[in-house]
Design a protein around this ligand. Sequence first.
Ligand SMILES: Cc1cc2nc3c(=O)[nH]c(=O)nc-3n(C[C@H](O)[C@H](O)[C@H](O)COP(=O)(O)OP(=O)(O)OC[C@H]3O[C@@H](n4cnc5c(N)ncnc54)[C@H](O)[C@@H]3O)c2cc1C
Length: 610
Amino acid sequence: TFDSRRFLDYWTDLFRPLPRNPREGFIPDYTPENQEEFDFIVIGAGSAGAVIANRLTEVPQWNVLLIESGGNENFFSDIPIFASFLSLTPMNWGYISMPEPRACRDLRGKVCFLPRGRVLGGSSVLNFLIYQRGHPEDYNDWARMGNEGWSYDQILPYFKKSENIGIKELQNSSYHGVGGYLDIQYSPYHSPLEKPFRQAGEELGYKWRDPNGEKLIGFSKPQATMRKGRRCSSSKAFLEPIRFRPNLKVTKFSTASKILIDPHTKTAYGVEFTKRNKSIQVRARREVVSSAGSIGSAQLLMVSGVGPKDHLQEFGINTIADLPVGYNLQDHVTFSGNAFIVNQTGMTMNDLSAASPFVAAAYMSGQGPLTLPGGAAGLAFVHTKFSRDQDLTRPDVELVMGAGSLAGDAVGILRSLLGVTDEWYWKTYSSLSFGARQRTFSINPVLIRPNSVGRLMLRSPNFADHPKIHLNYFADLNDLRTMVAGVRMVEKVIGTKAFQRFGTKLHTTPFPGCESFVFDSDEYWECAIMQTSITLDHQVGTCKMAPEGDPTGVVSPRLQVHGIRGLRVADASIMPRIPAAHTHAAVLMIAEKAADLIKEDWKIPISKNY
Ligand SMILES: Cc1cc2nc3c(=O)[nH]c(=O)nc-3n(C[C@H](O)[C@H](O)[C@H](O)COP(=O)(O)OP(=O)(O)OC[C@H]3O[C@@H](n4cnc5c(N)ncnc54)[C@H](O)[C@@H]3O)c2cc1C
């Protein structure tokens, strides 16, 4: 029978531009028989799942089934600057938060929008490509919480194992790896804002640095998961090169509805999933690995009987293991409303300039502004006075400079992604002429060491019903003060000679709902941040890793679900605390380590040759 999703899946793949890396190619779809057996079943072919499927199938005697709810990437998802556009497609699960008392108050429906990838490669296909690992102490904190094996020295080799650093001056750095599956490069495009940004940092006493090197505080050009100017997703990096391994089967458009766990032996023995309206059960001889992401893994565990007993009882779910699944939800939030206007055209990038045929032609040869990762042209790690500790080497705010701004979003794609209403947009920016709106860029402060913690809860016992996501942004008021300190830091950057050379100024129309505050007072910024808070889509922590006996833990430091045999979780959800960085690199590291832990536990010799 004709299947339109599969047809489209293959058809859009043909439009991915040549020359392709020879290792890239269309991943074939496999539909298992009911009750078919595999050694391992991995749920979710996202950032983590793609790595795990690759590393487990290195063992020729093991066969692996990878279950993914989405289909292939395509031509559009390869274009780095179009990252926001993808959230408007079926590649996005389209989650939203519950109403937040202190955040997203003036966004559409008064909720925060939480895109997650539903595609081979998962959120690494939707993400902004920025490759950052975080501070060594972020991971030493994990180890100090009792998670043996997760200190920085122990996990650095796994970051390097994945990596193929294409930045010449870093190829001999002891912090980077060469020859791994994942290409890390700079965008070949130099935004005209890059130089002033660097000079501004120097004027303020910051060094231009490798943000994944020895010292992090400083300014930098974004390192990106990029191959010749195109997105290098986790699927392109880890799955496509091994798509014909005989011991790997990938079932696409397949949504796991339940992990099958024997309530008496407390052993996971399989997975139930739906494909083309048909329910199929598959069985695992050795283990089930959930890599469905911070939202998917927590929800799947709970609907399968692993979660807080009182909460599962509300939905009539039989509790097999009473564990705090869904707690410990953490995320990075930013404020992207500010627009800075320059007095020259051609310095900034907005949606209409991105649509020019010259820009498109440059992209076809892997060049030009479309290769900017999510539009980001500069990054900075800074330390504010509100930081939780006195370690001046640990950043608590990141500044992300966008080559354009929300004000320049003439067509409305960015608005749709962020949940910004047309009414808000016009109230805020209509005092600027069209030309001025096209001459704007942004520098957004990101809260990278939040104290506030949220919770994910079920809405129903069915996986198909999106869960209730309580983000609790700014529940801890220190987080709000830190964000205001971030706005002040941005003001300092804009005030430097480097930016004043272009007459750079802040657009000063007050944000809707904050008109009663004195413009530029701390109270005004607090209001603005709470009205239009935007997530960086870094949700982590819902299946927290903690040692046996710690009541907050869901998985052990070997990533096994406490009290259940044959079930691990390996994805962003296991992070006990969010690192002070974009989360994709940390997820890949977790997956690399998870594969080695599995091999060790099944007595397979592991190569330390990286
Ligand atoms: C818009 C956006 C921008 C981001 N920008 C950056 C950035 O610039 N840099 C950075 O470092 N990080 C960024 N991130 C975050 C980063 O991409 C994620 O932290 C990371 O990809 C999470 O990996 P994961 O494996 O935990 O989950 P995912 O990559 O989301 O993978 C989960 C996979 O499981 C599948 N799945 C879920 N449930 C089921 C089910 N029941 N059955 C079958 N399959 C299922 C999903 O479809 C998905 O493919 C961004 C994320 C988003 C969404």
